[in-house]
Design a binder for this molecule. Structure first.
Ligand SMILES: [Zn+2]
Length: 196
């Protein structure tokens, strides 16, 4: 016997196309390897769906019966986010770098959809600048730095004006003066945050 007929696809195939099965008279699995693999995959998929559905039901029951469950889930999720924070930030940075246009569109969409929050952020920044702007500041020199950044952006460079010492730093606060300003890639600024 050199060939077998697959019980699934009904094709006559070479013996090697069937897995070994010592319980069968032929010594081979009745379905060809291809059909067997497809069947295994479908079974696994069905099983995975059932397991997922069971997990969902368990979670729903826990939500309904255990008031602390939601906060535990939230805490675990937060812990995961914190543990992967640097990795997530790097991924976000890479994405922004690769999709500057989409990033800008997302940012303006967020501002449109969250006008109050956007206004609050803007106001906070302006207030910080106002506090940090001493009478002796050279406003022309400051404007020049912003103009330089705008010119670079117009050429397609994703840059922004950075306060070398942040205006709203954790421990120290910089001044909104020309020698505390520099033009840097937007992504670097996001990375620096206000950690000083
Ligand atoms: Zn087959």
């Amino acid at each position: 016997m050199t060939h077998l007929k697959c019980t699934k696809c009904h094709h006559v195939k070479l013996l090697e196309c069937f897995g070994l099965d010592k319980h069968k008279a032929s010594g081979r699995v009745s379905a060809c390897k291809e059909c067997k693999a497809a069947g295994d995959k479908a079974r696994y998929q069905r099983n995975a769906d059932v397991l997922r559905e069971q997990a969902r039901e368990r979670a729903n029951r826990a939500y309904a019966t255990d008031p602390a469950y939601a906060s535990r889930v939230k805490a675990a999720s937060l812990a995961r986010t914190r543990a992967n924070a640097e990795e997530n930030r790097q991924r976000a940075r890479d994405w922004r770098k690769a999709n500057p246009e989409a990033h800008r569109a997302n940012a303006s969409a967020w501002q449109r959809n969250n006008p109050a929050a956007a206004a609050a952020i803007g106001a906070r920044k302006r207030a910080a600048k106002g506090r940090a702007l001493p009478p002796w500041a050279n406003r022309d020199a400051i404007r020049k730095v912003y103009a330089e950044a705008a010119a670079l952006r117009a050429q397609g460079h994703d840059v922004e004006v950075d306060h070398i010492i942040p205006l709203q730093g954790k421990n120290v606060s910089g001044l909104h003066v020309e020698n505390n300003l520099r033009v840097i890639p937007a992504l670097d600024n996001a990375r620096k945050g206000n950690r000083l």
